[in-house]
Design a protein around this ligand. Sequence first.
Ligand SMILES: [Fe+2]
Length: 542
Amino acid sequence: MTDPASTSDPDSGIPRPAVRYARRRFMTVTAAATALAFATNLPGRASAADVSGGGLSGDPFTLGVASGDPLPDAVVIWTRLAPQPYEPLGGMPYNAVTVQWQLAEDEGFRRVVRSGKAAAQPEFSYSVHVDVRGLRPSRYYWYRFRVGGWISPVGRTRTAPAAGARVSHLRFAVASCQSWPDGYYTALSHLSAENADAVLFVGDYIYEYGISASGGLRDTADPVPDQFRTEADTLDRYRLQYALYKSDPDLRAAHQTTPWICTWDDHEVQDNYAGLVSRTDAPIEDFTVRRANAYRAYWEHMPLRTPAPQGPDYLLYRRLTFGRLAEVNVLDTRQYRADQADGDLWKPDNPGRDDPSRPFAGAQQRRWLLDGVRSSTSTWNLLANQVVMSRMDLDASGTATYNMDAWDGYTHEQQLVLDGLAGLRARNPVVVTGDVHAAYAMDMKRDFDDPRSQTIGVELVGTSISSGGNGTDVSVNGQNFLDHNPHLKLVNERRGYIVVDLTPVQLHAHYRAVPYIDSPGAPISTIASFAVEAGHPGLNRV
Ligand SMILES: [Fe+2]
């Protein structure tokens, strides 16, 4: 892993902004010096006005940089200007600000291949999303931004392989669920060193809940400010939540080293919401506004290619192709679903869950998914999925009990998708999932009632980065799952992520975990590994 923090700019000898940040403090760089360093590589030298700092009250790059949604010839690079991230407008003056950006083939920016300017607008909280085109496939690139005399940390990204290319190896990291007050993002610090081609982040990037002054399980040096006590519902409050989450140096470093492919689950808006149905049954007109606020704030803080949502709807499901080796179908099973059957929780089997009129992914997304996998020419077809798709029976009381918030609560679409994937065995479906704060490895069965029925693919459920605190190896519920779900091959409830290595003949899934997150610095270890042979669905423990 190349560490962009480790060297000086060869053109100027000036130390470049560090990848690693002191906790809860933000890296600042001598303004005039960095302006000079950047200007040496820009077309024409910066004007005096450009290097003045733009009238900003401090370093505007406190939230770091990010990249995402790599294509063979393009990648999105992101930042958001916020010199005072917990103040209204992030402490920015109320006018559009021009941001310069560069993308280079080398860490020292001697070979800048693309550069330009972007407008950071107050209505989008000064976020910048640049879809940098004209790049070469399967390449590392380095990027940075500049405003006035301020220069951003240097991010590293990587483009996807060319369409149709025979790719010998890809590595994805699967992560989800990073409740800030639940503990440190130690797992993300290890993920940054995995050298993944991309992170698949499958939901709960933030949690909407109010945050106490003490910062929960984190040992905060400073009290969390008063404006964080309430649950996020307004646009400004959601923005604050992202600013707090991105104050974490390990999260910023993970974005800085690897492109992310993101989707949301519920907590980016509200726990267990469904479509336009609030968990608290708020009037639909009120929840529509809240969802619009949340979706806007999500877009503002993620390296997404598509334009900002202008209302309560946003087309998030999409497909990314990595040569002939892998295709990633990014799902959104939150926006289009009907309300949960019989409430939100784990409930005994009930007829509501089988009601065919209740959408989950929705007919349009479901057709898009199955048509895409059917026409895919990639060996491995990944589904970046929010909530568990396979049957999970929590049979603690002798009565079949299912999660009404997962695919199990919407069995009509669950079976349609399983049947659809079953007909595409050669396409090697691999579902990667978050939500449950536990690592699972599952064979996906054509008929979960019959362990001998066809295995149609595998589902790899990452645990959480932090949600749930330290966790445990296997809880009582975890043991219940193991006892009553023969397709389930692993339960572990420590914090961590999955590394998925793909070759044309084999998948290897390595489940990584840390022993604690209530203090920093825990080591990472591999708690289990599985192999899947291409063309032969099913998990083999290695
Ligand atoms: Fe979660």
